[in-house]
Design a protein around this ligand. Structure first.
Ligand SMILES: [Zn+2]
Length: 169
């Protein structure tokens, strides 16, 4: 398993809903957790399309050892917005400030129990959920930026060429 980066059509597909939580799906999310924790850049969230599975599944670990595995998420926006820095394992080398809802309600299936859950999330976890849910709809955080200067670059050599290309006149 490896993380797919900016420029791959996989990241632009609308992912399919999950019918049933299978053993394969449980294995998939644990593999995703492993890759998210052990990569060169550590992540706090990862969506299944980022590892090549176009299904409505994502994981998050907003703080160490606090792990969530979700399928078929639905988000209800519950309030005002806030702007904070975001990055993405599929878009290495850059961060940007992105405006998101500050408070959301998530309805999803908890992959571990197979049960429906409702989660109230505020701040950082709410931001992760919105970022990961975007991946299921083929949306990347960079789509919210229309000026190259609005990126904060931490490693130019890692920035995907297609992303740089998008801003070249
Ligand atoms: Zn991402």
């Amino acid at each position: 398993m490896k993380i797919i980066t900016y420029g791959s059509p996989m990241l632009r597909k609308k992912a399919k809903s999950v019918d049933r939580i299978t053993k394969e799906i449980k294995e998939l999310v644990f593999e995703m957790l492993n890759i998210m924790r052990t990569g060169e850049t550590k992540g706090v969230g990862l969506a299944a399309p980022q590892v090549g599975f176009s299904h409505r599944i994502f994981i998050m670990e907003p703080e160490p050892e606090s792990v969530y595995f979700f399928a078929n998420p639905e988000i209800i926006n519950l309030g005002e917005t806030e702007t904070d820095t975001e990055g993405c394992l599929s878009v290495p080398g850059v961060y940007a400030k992105i405006k998101r809802a500050k408070h959301i309600e998530l309805r999803a299936i908890n992959i571990l129990t197979g049960k429906k859950i409702i989660l109230d999330a505020i701040g950082f976890p709410a931001r992760i959920i919105q970022h990961e849910n975007d991946h299921l709809n083929g949306v990347l955080f960079t789509d919210y930026i229309d000026n190259w200067d609005d990126f904060e670059i931490y490693n130019l050599s890692k920035v995907p060429t297609q992303l740089k290309g998008r801003f070249q006149k």
